[in-house]
Design a binder for this molecule. Structure first.
Ligand SMILES: C[S@@+](CC[C@H](N)C(=O)[O-])C[C@H]1O[C@@H](n2cnc3c(N)ncnc32)[C@H](O)[C@@H]1O
Length: 223
């Protein structure tokens, strides 16, 4: 399976640094307002939370600040991400990071034991999302939440302008990179994501556009 890194032409270290540098912009006040309104109140006082494709682990650290009784797990296929996450300081009851290929390996959790599973800008990379979605559904407790935040399809000129103006990726190399990533980031429409979640046995409780490039879905196993 092609990894996000190879498709983007960035090294693991570059991707790590980009994830760390942009974390505050991506998980900002609007995100946490949405999280508080649609997810936080549904969680028990000692929730088990897993972040799949956790990157540097900063989202889990933020979750631990807000839910100090939480038991956190972060899984990622890139060793540099797991190394970074393991050196973070956590307020949560516990935080465990493991090198794990979420696209091909079952999740190391018993059925119906997880209260929140999250995936942020990861699932679009997988060749076929259904096995991972089935694993998430298996491990979620009744009423558990799957929080999916991922890229949605944009027109080519909009996407190119965003990379040029917001990411400041100019020149011939910037354009090459933008065209290489366009089919990766613009794979699924909002309707495609909704369909995938429904087919995988999830009911969508809410969704929002917090950034023009992404859509966030709050889903739970359908009854
Ligand atoms: C764009 S980054 C997002 C990181 C983090 N979720 C965030 O939002 O900051 C995508 C992450 O998914 C990870 N990833 C890609 N394929 C994966 C797989 N098959 N299993 C686990 N992690 C994967 C990459 O290593 C990378 O850390």
């Amino acid at each position: 399976m092609p990894t996000h890194q190879s498709l983007g032409g960035a090294s693991d270290e570059e991707l790590l640094q980009r994830m760390v540098a942009t974390h505050g912009e991506r998980f900002e006040a609007t995100f946490w307002a949405f999280f508080g309104a649609h997810v936080g109140q549904r969680l028990p006082s000692r929730p088990v939370m897993v972040d799949l494709g956790c990157g540097p682990g900063l989202f889990l650290r933020d979750l631990g600040e807000r839910h100090p009784g939480a038991i956190l797990y972060g899984y990622d296929v890139t060793p540099a991400m797991i190394t970074y996450g393991r050196q973070l300081t956590f307020k949560a009851a516990s935080a465990t990071f493991a090198l794990h290929d979420v696209a091909t390996q079952p999740l190391p959790h018993a059925a119906a034991t997880v209260h929140l599973a999250s995936m942020s800008s990861v699932l679009h990379v997988f060749d076929e999302p259904f096995p991972t979605l089935a694993e998430i559904r298996r491990v979620l407790a009744p009423g558990g939440i799957f929080l999916l935040h991922d890229w949605v399809r944009q027109p080519l000129p909009t996407y190119l302008a965003w990379r040029r103006d917001v990411l400041q990726e100019g020149g011939a190399e910037g354009l090459r990179r933008a065209f290489r990533l366009f089919p990766v980031h613009n794979k699924y429409t909002v309707e495609d994501w909704r369909w995938l979640l429904g087919e995988a046995g999830f009911e969508i409780l809410s969704q929002a556009e917090l950034r023009a490039s992404h859509r966030i879905f709050v889903a739970t196993p359908a009854g």
